[in-house]
Design a protein around this ligand. Structure first.
Ligand SMILES: C[S@@+](CC[C@H](N)C(=O)[O-])C[C@H]1O[C@@H](n2cnc3c(N)ncnc32)[C@H](O)[C@@H]1O
Length: 212
């Protein structure tokens, strides 16, 4: 299968629009994870789904001493991450390339699963929610950030599986896959130009859901 992120991976981290979005999501993670897990992140097992170059997970590992599973399907994005891990001293970080159901991560072993802007690339959203639920322990937490419904302009001619998400439909899908949704709210407005150079705005949602 072709890697649609191959051409972008090397410069992924240099984009300031992505950096601002990542910081806004990280702030939500730091506020909501201790609240809904009932503990801090030190020593907790965290899985970053669709981690790409792993910016978020690296912060959680370095700033909060979390144990990280980085999960992604893109060899190019994971190569960038592996390069960064080679510079960092994080023996508790593991990189997994592949789909959730193929990974060698023990079931019910993850305290916190985080994912930013990956779910809209996944065809089978209920399948991904179920796969993450199997890896989370009961009482574990899923934190998602992704696009609210948009007109397809976000990706332009590039491929994505979904043009954002209807939050209430996603809430129902979470409930059906064994989660209790704790928080669902808009958290960031991403601004970027379209093909004509006109500035467009794309609102993102934040979802926190506990594994039942
Ligand atoms: C838009 S990028 C976001 C990367 C990173 N989360 C960030 O915010 O910088 C989407 C990522 O999801 C990954 N992805 C797409 N489908 C996936 C799947 N089924 N399982 C795991 N990762 C997937 C892609 O390879 C890509 O790295």
């Amino acid at each position: 299968m072709s890697d649609i992120f191959a051409a972008k991976a090397a410069k992924w981290d240099a984009n300031p629009v992505r950096a601002a979005m990542g910081q806004a999501f990280y702030a939500q993670v730091l506020e909501n994870a201790p609240k809904f897990l009932g503990c801090d992140l030190a020593g907790r097992t965290v899985l970053e789904f669709g981690c790409g170059t792993g910016v978020l997970g690296l912060h959680l590992a370095q700033d909060h001493a979390a144990r990280l599973h980085f999960v992604d399907t893109s060899p190019a994005m994971l190569d960038v991450l592996r390069g960064k891990l080679a510079q960092a001293e994080l023996p508790q970080a593991q990189v997994h390339q592949g789909n959730l159901h193929e990974l060698s991560i023990p079931l019910a072993s993850v305290d916190l699963a985080v994912s930013l802007m990956a779910l809209h690339h996944v065809e089978d959203v209920p399948g991904a929610l179920a796969g993450l639920r199997r890896l989370l322990r009961p009482g574990g937490l899923l934190l998602l950030g992704d696009l609210l419904p948009e007109d397809g302009g976000f990706h332009g001619d590039e491929a994505a599986a979904h043009n954002g998400f209807d939050p209430e439909k996603l809430r129902d899908q979470c409930q059906s896959q064994g989660y209790q949704v704790q928080r669902l709210l808009p958290f960031h407005l991403l601004r970027k130009p379209d093909a004509t150079g006109a500035l467009r705005e794309y609102p993102l949602f934040f979802l926190a859901a506990s594994a039942r």
